[in-house]
Design a protein around this ligand. Structure first.
Ligand code: DGJ
Length: 321
């Protein structure tokens, strides 16, 4: 049994294999957490998708059971967008209560195109672990889509958030009621800021953004912002990281901010320490995220390094964290 988070260390699943879910996100559904991520093949540099999207489940966020591949690449049809050798990055999943389906979005690129195509991919399933059925790849309202996330608001309205315009601008794009298509409601946030690795979450009625600069697989200083509505106006709040190592986000790049179920105000910052020479060996960094009021009165998210920690940290008085 694993009984504490150890950021940056090899994290084994319940079968003692390293958790292979990178650039991922978490869905909390009916009391269980599901972790989706890029399932990378072991071995020397392989920047393309050869397996698909993995899915793990956990009740305690520490011990994860591998449920297998939720979305498979296609091995027998070179013309299929999901053909082995395409790119499937940063998959995220929401549950749509109206259609009772699980909807996955990710950044997709066609085999042989590098990151030049910049599509979003969409797939659906009727069970959290899949298998997900491919629907399509698309460019939301004709826009490029690279690093991405999904956000489901408290009223069930969902948005797809993605780096667009060759990463220069971040788009926040409202999805239709079934979460399968973008609507034509979209805003451009952070013009010219080249925000990657977007994460969006809500606390006390306010919207927060965490992301990174755009430096390939090399780590950089994380960024944060907040807004009164999902469509802004977004105000940048600087690096949420505190202390030694925060200038490179402890070697990581954000991938998701997870609200801890049953603990209002408790959030976990999730990041990947990329190992581009063997992406399967990329490490996971999970750290507690806290909010503090700045002297100017802004509520700012903060993350600092803990060698090891447990969820009980959220119950401790602020002075002890
Ligand atoms: C940074 C992105 O955040 C990753 O998902 C990946 O696309 C790399 N760039 C590729 O260089």
């Amino acid at each position: 049994m694993i009984n504490e988070f150890r950021p940056g260390q090899i994290w084994l699943d319940t079968e003692d294999n390293p958790i292979n879910a990178h650039g991922g996100g978490i869905l909390h559904h009916e009391g269980i957490y599901y972790w989706y991520g890029e399932c990378r093949p072991e071995g020397p540099s392989n920047l393309d998708a050869r397996i698909g999207v993995s899915c793990y489940k956990s009740a305690d966020l520490l011990n994860w059971e591998n449920l297998g591949v939720a979305l498979f690449v296609v091995h027998d049809d070179p013309s299929h967008p999901l053909t082995s050798g395409c790119k499937i990055e940063r998959p995220k999943v929401l549950f749509n209560a109206a259609t009772k389906t699980f909807v996955m979005w990710w950044h997709h690129d066609l085999k042989g195109w590098g990151h030049a195509g910049a599509y979003a991919g969409v797939a659906v399933a009727d069970r959290p672990e899949g298998p997900f059925s491919f629907i399509e790849i698309l460019k939301p309202c004709g826009r490029m889509a690279r690093d991405c996330t999904l956000f489901q608001d408290t009223d069930g309205v969902a948005s797809f958030i993605y780096a667009s315009d060759d990463n220069a601008n971040l788009c926040i794009h409202r999805l239709g009621d079934d979460y399968r298509k973008p609507t034509n409601i979209v805003m451009q946030a952070f013009p010219g800021r080249f925000m990657e690795a977007p994460c969006v979450f809500k606390h006390d009625g306010r919207y927060f953004f965490l992301g990174s600069d755009c430096t390939g697989w090399t780590p950089n200083e994380a960024r944060s912002a907040s807004a009164p509505t999902i469509f802004g106006p977004w105000k940048e709040l600087g690096n949420p990281g505190l202390g030694e190592g925060a200038d490179t986000t402890w070697g990581g790049q954000s991938t998701f901010v997870l609200p801890v179920a049953g603990k209002p105000g408790a959030f976990i910052f999730m990041a990947d320490i990329w190992k581009p020479e063997n992406l399967a060996g990329s490490r996971h960094v999970w750290l507690p995220l806290f909010f503090k009021k700045s002297p100017a009165g802004f509520i700012r998210p903060h993350v600092r390094w803990f060698e090891r920690w447990t969820l009980s940290i959220f119950d401790q008085p602020e002075s002890l964290r």
